[in-house]
Design a binder for this molecule. Structure first.
Ligand code: GLA
Ligand code: ZN
Length: 679
């Protein structure tokens, strides 16, 4: 087999298509024929089939009906459309739930859910595991050699928890393997508190509310069991079709599962993104959040392209307001994903069903059934654009900057009581440290605290509250070798079981950061403490929400509080450590502070975007993507205002129109352009 850089080897193009449910239209061959015509007209080359088709595939236990699927897959393939074939475990037939109630989940009160809805199976049920592998095996046997099969789409948006006796027993077993003895668990979990010491494994039941180490480990187990369920699902796929890659569609920064644990199981990562940019003041911060999340997906496999598995071609039916996408916005959101490393634009859904829950969800083909709609035209135009981007398929970038965003750290911060109940805002804080780079078009990877960081020159670790084993050594090594680390308040507080480090905060990071945090002040929302800096920053800024009261030990002081009883105490420090530096922001700075701080650091470290290190017009970002031969820049304007980006001697060429662009780059409101850097 030749080495292929595209993540879906059978399709050397940008993937374009979506979730397709012909099983809802089996009595309408005319509709299916029309779909083929419309898919061609829209420039589609792929569909996801069978995601919720279990009953159509196995109408009675052990009776399989695959003819319709074979027919659809073959006709699609004959028309240039590949199939991403789903395993149907996201929802199950009524006969199965009736005959084997254990396939359904139990709630925290132990009550079994009634049949209905979806994404609600028990991940431990041996019956459900057996039923899923049985149908997956048959699907692989029947379609594994089909020339139209491009990728496996395993289940759908895994999520949720089950509190049935099987799950509880599996949790206890997992804990036994993790801790070995109850003595170790009791000590690591600090269970003497409130007399919670366990004397038998069977006493450990899932938390009904936050109980630090227990909640944290329950979440870890939920991830473990979901991944284990997925591994069980893919056994027959790996065995019968080792050459067909596997993915599962994830949900961005969904807090319920630690997505890093899915990376080794998937060949290609994918997620379902539904940004809603509607000329609202929050559009730009929403765009930054989506870019941040896309960059998590790009970094999952060290830059390997990922797939945008679902997006809406127009409105959704589940947002508080299902507003229509404004002109240009469909292209903008789609190119945003590509700019951050996606090799696909796929939709939920190709055709809207007539009934049930998602009949009003946006679709490429709506109830009118024609291609004569604004949405269809938008999709078809995008299809043409994607058709011009073969050279981009499989390409990526290698950022010099990484922001650490870690699921387990998020759980621990959120679950822990104090020092404030609200506004701990871990995710939002990570995004705020990412924003200054987005505004300069400087690429950033978003990685977990377990990632290999040795190749970055700047690593930012906001609120690294939990420091897991191995992390301190990696950070120290990184800085010692010349790296630049930025850490903040509320770091180095607890170990992997949410037990505080003794010997002064920031615990294991104290030596590297060269500071001692004696106590931490938290403020009311409307309060602010002024901070002034020496030569390094031009203005005075303010600390909000968190103000850490630190002593500089080995570190040098770069800024100090000028208000409150801690006026004169250090607020920003830097510690030289080996060949590198470790900065400490003791306070939560606002966007203006972060912008000046990181702008200066990027300039000093010569980390630049396509236009150097100066800030782009508000709402605009430029994102690099390419390889040795092709140097692409995506220019994206998330504001509704037209704007001009000064080019400063750089010559670009518009990939679609061929136009040479120099002097200034014009972007319409919500405009998006794909450019190549010349020379
Ligand atoms: C999710 C699901 C789809 C569909 C869409 C609607 O992403 O995976 O099946 O329900 O939401 O937006
Ligand atoms: Zn269960």
């Amino acid at each position: 087999m030749s080495v292929c850089k595209n993540v879906v080897p059978r399709i050397p193009h940008m993937l374009h298509g979506g979730d397709y449910n012909p099983d809802q239209w089996l009595d309408r061959p005319d509709v299916l024929a029309e779909d083929l015509r419309l898919m061609k007209a829209a420039g589609c080359n792929v569909v996801s089939l069978g995601i919720f088709a279990w009953t159509a595939l196995e109408p009675q236990e052990g009776v399989y009906r695959f003819e319709w699927l074979e027919d659809v897959m073959t006709r699609l393939f004959e028309n240039g459309v590949y199939t991403i074939l789903a395993t149907p475990s996201g929802a199950r037939p009524a006969w199965m739930a009736q005959q084997y109630p254990e396939v359904l989940r139990c709630g925290p009160d132990g009550r079994r859910a009634a049949y209905g809805s979806r994404h609600n199976h028990c991940p431990s049920s041996p019956v459900y595991r057996e039923k899923t592998t049985a149908i997956n095996r048959r699907l692989a046997e029947r379609f594994g050699r089909h020339p139209g099969l491009a990728l496996w789409h395993v289940s759908n948006e895994y999520s949720g928890e089950c509190f049935c006796p099987l799950c509880i027993a599996a949790f206890q077993q997992w804990l036994q393997e993790r801790y070995g003895t109850l003595e170790v668990l009791n000590s690591k979990w600090w269970t003497a508190f409130w007399s919670h010491t366990y004397t038998d494994w069977s006493q450990i039941v899932p938390p009904d509310k936050c109980v630090n180490a227990l909640s944290l480990n329950w979440k870890r187990w939920v991830t473990h069991q979901t991944v284990d369920f997925m591994q069980n699902e893919i056994l027959p796929l790996r065995e019968i079709t080792p050459e067909i890659p596997v993915t599962t569609n994830l949900m961005g920064t969904f807090p319920g599962l630690d997505y890093h644990k899915f990376v080794p199981v998937c060949d290609v990562m994918s997620w379902d993104a539904y940004p809603a940019y509607h000329d609202r003041p929050e559009d730009v911060s929403l765009a930054v959040q989506f870019s941040f999340t896309h960059d998590i997906f790009r970094a999952f496999k060290q830059g390997k392209p990922w797939l945008l598995m679902e997006s809406s071609p127009s409105a959704t039916n589940w947002m508080p307001v299902g507003k229509l996408k404004r002109p240009g916005v469909h292209r903008l959101t789609s190119l945003q994903a590509l700019a951050h490393g996606a090799d696909s634009v796929q939709y939920f859904q190709w055709r809207a069903g007539r009934g049930a829950h998602e009949k009003f969800h946006g679709a490429v083909v709506t109830h009118d059934g024609s291609g004569h709609t604004r949405v269809f035209r938008d999709v078809a135009e995008l299809g043409q654009t994607l058709g011009q981007l073969d050279a981009l398929v499989g390409t990526s970038i290698k950022p010099a900057v990484a922001v650490i965003y870690d699921w387990e750290n998020r759980w621990a911060i959120d679950e822990s009581s104090g020092p404030r109940r609200e506004r701990k805002d871990y995710l939002e804080t990570c995004v705020s440290h990412y924003l200054p780079f987005w505004q300069r078009g400087i690429p950033v990877d978003v990685v977990s605290m377990d990632a290999d960081i040795s190749n970055y020159s700047l690593v930012i670790a906001p609120m690294l509250y939990m420091v897991k084993p191995g992390v301190t050594q990696r950070l120290e090594e990184f800085v010692k070798n010349g790296g630049n680390l930025v850490a903040t308040y509320w770091s180095g507080i607890v170990d992997e079981d949410d037990c505080c480090y003794l010997g002064g905060r920031p615990g294991p990071l104290r030596k590297l950061l060269g500071i001692w945090s004696e106590e931490i002040d938290v403020l009311y929302d409307d309060e602010a403490v002024p901070v002034k800096f020496g030569a390094i920053l031009s203005k005075e800024y303010h600390g909000r929400i968190f103000c850490d009261l630190i002593h500089a030990e080995a570190a040098q002081v770069l800024g100090e509080y000028t208000g409150e009883f801690y006026a004169g105490r250090p607020a920003l420090t830097v510690n030289r450590f080996g060949a590198g530096r470790a900065f400490y922001q003791a306070f939560r700075g606002d966007d203006a502070f972060l912008d000046e701080f990181y702008g200066a650091l990027a300039a000093e470290l010569k980390i630049s975007g396509p236009l150097g290190t100066s800030r782009l017009p508000a709402g605009v970002t430029l994102q690099y993507r390419g390889d040795a031969k092709h140097n692409y820049v995506f220019a994206l304007n998330f504001s509704a205002e037209e704007c001009s980006v000064p080019l400063d001697g750089i010559n670009l060429q518009d990939v679609e129109s061929g136009e040479c662009v120099s002097g200034e780059l014009l972007l319409t409101g919500h405009g998006s352009r794909i450019l190549q850097v010349n020379g």
